[in-house]
Design a protein around this ligand. Structure first.
Ligand SMILES: Nc1ncnc2c1ncn2[C@@H]1O[C@H](COP(=O)(O)OP(=O)(O)O)[C@@H](O)[C@H]1O
Ligand SMILES: *[C@@H]1O[C@H](CO)[C@@H](O)[C@H](O)[C@H]1NC(C)=O
Ligand SMILES: *[C@@H]1O[C@H](CO)[C@@H](O)[C@H](O)[C@H]1NC(C)=O
Ligand SMILES: *[C@@H]1O[C@H](CO)[C@@H](O)[C@H](O)[C@H]1NC(C)=O
Length: 455
């Protein structure tokens, strides 16, 4: 027994030496395994943590439907209203399609409204999250005291205008006419406004994007059309947005929410894919000129990238993200900062020069919308790699040069030269469109002949 034990111990002890070596080896690999496991565990956990925090707002159909349901509950309770509510909440004429984007509370979803593809948007998901109209409380108090004081349409216009000017950063005293349609609607109905109507209007006006679009609706077709609203949600036309991962082109196929391949749509795609780029580019030029000259104040786009633009079926370019679009007065405010070098005077795509004596950035923007568009969008569109075999064509070479020149234009350049660059670019694009149309026709005719022969 003892011997056996000793033997066992001995063997165990002997094994220990051996095993000790083994264990050492083993320990190292165990250590490695444990470390790897720990690191990946930490990594996965932090990933989950980050994911939960950043994407807590993850876009799901369930959530979107719940949000719309809450809008409708509020509508039925008379808290909010709008021209879209009846269709959304009663007759079921607004068909939810899919969720597009949630971030920082902002909700964007796609839907069909009476067969028209629309995008429903709101900066915050709940109506109650918007600031209430203090005027309504005042009215309540007045009502409680017995005297029913009513809000006149003029008051509404006054407050709405104030809010718009505030959020667009236009100084008071400038002539900002209220959107025509809006003013008319308020004036023609000599009636007072219901609580729900005022509260809804107020919630909409607190969304800078809405105010912005609303103000520009009648002035330009280069912003998304607002089609209707219900409470804090407003519907804009559905557009084909550019993609960060596909710099080159906007996909028109996206424009139909239920892709149904038909010979007609395939034909249309074939026709557009070829000469879309110069046409869209031309619309970009048109938009730039519009934003620069046709409003009371120049409009600056400070975040220029494909995702922030979209196109309609007719290939007009639309600015969809207007969070970084500023009228001249606000632009000046933003640019005027303390600085020690020019680098301190960059506000995204809007830059000015540092005055080294005053240590203050100039309030004049140094670059222009067109310059940034040439640099960040056109350059890749007309780059030799993208054009492929076409890149060597004289027209294409000229175009590349014009785009290059446009992207490098400095504010020091005199206006005459700027206009010349712009004109040249436009001319070349038009030529390109004509050329493409011509070759298309030839091909079309060839195909016709072909089928005729086959018959
Ligand atoms: N009118 C629209 N048509 C189609 N897609 C849209 C439209 N408006 C927005 N989107 C999509 O939703 C995304 C986010 O919308 P956007 O208003 O630009 O939000 P943000 O201002 O937070 O960037 C866009 O990148 C685009 O893909
Ligand atoms: C919106 O309201 C719902 C229900 O009232 C609530 O559960 C949710 O947390 C609210 N969301 C926000 C962002 O306030
Ligand atoms: C506002 O417009 C009127 C006429 O439309 C003009 O006389 C007036 O000078 C303008 N005011 C400002 C501050 O631009
Ligand atoms: C900018 O500089 C001025 C003096 O040159 C100073 O009074 C001011 O506080 C500075 N502002 C900021 C935001 O640093």
């Amino acid at each position: 027994m003892r011997r056996f034990l000793r033997g066992a111990l001995g063997s165990a002890g002997g094994g220990c030496v051996l095993r000790w070596l083994g264990v050492k080896v083993c320990r190292r690999s165990v250590l490695v395994v444990v470390l790897v496991w720990l690191v990946s565990w930490l990594f996965l956990n932090s990933l989950v943590f980050v994911h939960r925090n950043m994407f807590s707002d993850f876009c799901t159909d369930d959530k979107s439907k719940q949000i719309l349901q809450r809008v409708c509950n509020d509508y039925h309770q008379g808290v909010l209203t709008g021209d879209l509510c009846e269709d959304l909440c009663v007759s079921g004429q607004v068909e939810y399609k899919r969720c597009l984007y949630y971030e920082n509370g902002k909700k964007v979803m796609a839907a069909n409204w009476r067969g028209v593809p629309v995008v429903l948007k709101s900066k915050l998901e709940n109506f109650s999250s918007y600031e209430a109209l203090a005027l309504l409380d005042y009215q309540d108090a007045a009502g409680g005291a017995g005297g029913e004081e009513e809000l006149s349409p003029l008051d509404v216009i006054f407050y709405a205008t104030l809010e718009i000017k505030n959020s667009l950063g236009l100084e008071t005293g400038t002539n900002l006419t209220l959107p025509r349609l809006w003013g008319q609607r308020l004036k023609e109905k000599e009636r007072t406004y219901s609580r729900a109507e005022l509260a809804s209007l107020w919630a909409l006006l607190q969304q800078e994007e809405y105010t912005f679009l609303r103000v520009l609706q009648d002035l330009t077709h280069h912003v998304a059309k607002i089609l209707g609203s219900c409470g804090h949600f407003y519907a804009v036309e559905f557009l084909a947005a550019g993609h960060a991962w596909d710099q080159h082109i906007f996909s028109l196929e996206e424009l139909s929410l239920n892709p149904s391949p038909s010979p007609w749509s395939r034909r249309e795609r074939r026709l557009t894919a070829r000469d879309m780029v110069p046409r869209v580019a031309l619309s970009f030029l048109e938009m730039v000129e519009h934003f620069e000259n046709d409003f009371a104040h120049r409009l600056h786009l400070c975040d220029i990238k494909p995702e922030n633009f979209a196109i309609r079926k007719d290939l007009t370019v639309v600015a969809i993200d207007v969070d970084m679009a500023f009228f001249e007065p606000k632009m000046r405010d933003i640019l005027e900062q303390n600085c020690s070098s020019d680098n301190d005077c960059n506000f995204f795509d809007c830059v000015s020069k540092c005055d080294k004596i005053k240590n203050r950035c100039g309030s004049n923007r140094k670059n222009s919308n067109l310059q940034v568009i040439c640099e960040k969008i056109f350059r890749s569109w007309f780059s030799p790699t993208l054009l492929g075999e076409k890149a060597g064509f004289p027209l294409q070479v000229e175009l590349q040069r014009a785009v290059q020149e446009c992207g490098e234009m400095d504010s020091g350049e005199d206006t005459g030269r700027r206009r010349a660059v712009r004109q040249q670019l436009r001319g070349l694009l038009m030529e390109l469109i004509l050329e493409d149309a011509g070759s298309q026709e030839v091909q079309e005719r060839k195909r016709h002949v072909h089928t005729a022969l086959n018959f």
